[in-house]
Design a protein around this ligand. Structure first.
Ligand code: PLP
Length: 391
């Protein structure tokens, strides 16, 4: 174990996490851990609440602004287009509930996508909207599949950039380009990608990108954001009028009831935007990720996933993740050849201190910046012995 700990320290790109009770956390696809700079920010938020005189009025604006700026920097976008939410579902519902649907409008979603990416649209069926599932001809959804599915009624396409059930990564630039050509709005749920994959929204032709903040962005549970391009945002019906941003900077008169139209994306922020306990550590986590640089994190994670994929013993295991490197991600989904044995293997790994996920009957390993090559190698060895034990 000491040998692995020493190797781990040498083979990770961040020592600002852990020590996870001495365990190996290969489950960022479920929950990302908080880095130490975020803990310091959380402690500051707690100190403020213990001593409320420290909660200065300006913080109700400054704290969300710092968060918005950090997120905007991460995705190469304008902070004016970033909505602060509390989940991925919040951003998806903003669009689903605010879109000016007409009877018989159609939404296309990817077959076998995560429920959060599908349900907000299903909920519009009472407004006359139809949801149709696009099935890929091959392993992963391609622009040709989407092109074949788009009909004159199609208004919007929504899919997860990286699918948590198989780790497949879509070519969102190509899908977005097609949507733009055919006059269909393109909405991407990037919850399993943002924080682990480079995204330059100044170069990517999509209309909205939504993410939770508590996985690859390493924030607390209860964080999330939505980037909504002005074109799509302008179409959304104003479903909320939150008094705080409406009155902010209006000279202190709290009985000024006139609604304002100049808030941009802020008009869509979740209520209680300056949620100090969540936003302060999350902002520190995103700033920390920005300091390291997504390019470096992406390479580190992809390298670990590649080693894992390459060394997974094909005698015993089948990969559920795609073969094409362009469609792979930092999530590797695999199964014992006898699927019934996955639970016992998962439990065996857990008993020796390695946390992977068991999802839809498969095993899932997710690799992030605090993981190391030593952990991957150790896990591969322990997987072999788990297979021997569970014969
Ligand atoms: C693709 C995807 N979207 C969204 C979520 C979570 O959504 P929410 O933040 O709304 O709970 C998950 C969590 O597993 C996910 O894998």
């Amino acid at each position: 174990v000491d040998k692995y700990r020493r190797k781990h320290a040498a083979w990770t790109i961040s020592n600002e996490f852990g020590p996870f009770d001495g365990r190996t956390w290969f489950n960022t696809a479920h929950q990302g851990p908080l880095p130490r700079p975020a803990l310091a920010a959380l402690e500051e938020a707690v100190t403020m609440k213990l001593n409320p005189h420290r909660i200065e009025d300006r913080l109700f604006m400054d704290v969300p602004t710092a968060c918005r700026n950090a997120l905007a920097r991460l995705i190469h976008a304008s902070a004016d287009d970033v909505v602060i939410g509390n989940s991925a579902s919040y951003g998806l519902h903003l669009i689903a509930n605010g879109f000016p649907w007409k009877h018989k409008d159609e939404v296309l979603v990817a077959d076998k996508d995560f429920p959060a990416t599908v349900m907000p649209w299903l909920n519009q069926e009472t407004r006359g909207v139809t949801v149709r599932y696009v099935r890929p001809a091959d392993e992963v959804l391609q622009p040709s599949d989407l092109k074949a599915a788009i009909s004159p009624s199609t208004r919007l396409f929504c899919a997860s950039w990286v699918n948590p059930f198989c780790g497949a990564r879509l070519d969102i630039a190509a899908l977005g380009r097609l949507c733009r050509e055919l006059g269909v709005w393109c909405v991407i749920n990037a919850s399993q990608a943002i924080g682990a994959r480079e995204l330059d929204l100044s170069q990517t032709p999509v209309d909205a990108v939504i993410s939770c903040g508590y996985k690859w962005l390493c924030g607390p549970y209860g964080t999330g954001f939505a980037w909504i391009a002005p074109g799509l945002r302008g179409k959304l019906l104003p479903t909320q009028a939150y008094w705080l941003p409406m009155l902010w900077g209006r000279g202190g008169c709290l009985r000024h009831y006139k609604l304002r139209q100049d808030l941009g994306a802020r008009a869509f922020d979740v209520f209680g935007t300056a949620d100090f306990f969540d936003l302060m550590p999350w902002t520190a986590a995103v700033q920390y990720i920005n300091r390291i640089g997504i390019e470096k994190i992406e390479k580190h994670n992809d390298d670990l996933a590649a080693i894992f994929r390459a060394q997974l013993d094909p005698k015993h295991f089948i990969r559920r993740s795609p073969r094409d490197p362009q469609q792979q991600s930092a999530i590797v989904v695999f199964s014992h050849r006898n699927t019934n044995r996955n639970r016992a293997i998962w439990s065996e790994l857990s008993n020796v201190g390695i946390d992977v996920a068991l999802r839809e009957g498969n095993l899932r390993a997710a690799f992030h910046l605090f993981n190391s090559r030593a952990e991957v190698e150790q896990t591969l060895e322990l997987l072999s012995s788990a297979v021997q034990k569970n014969r």
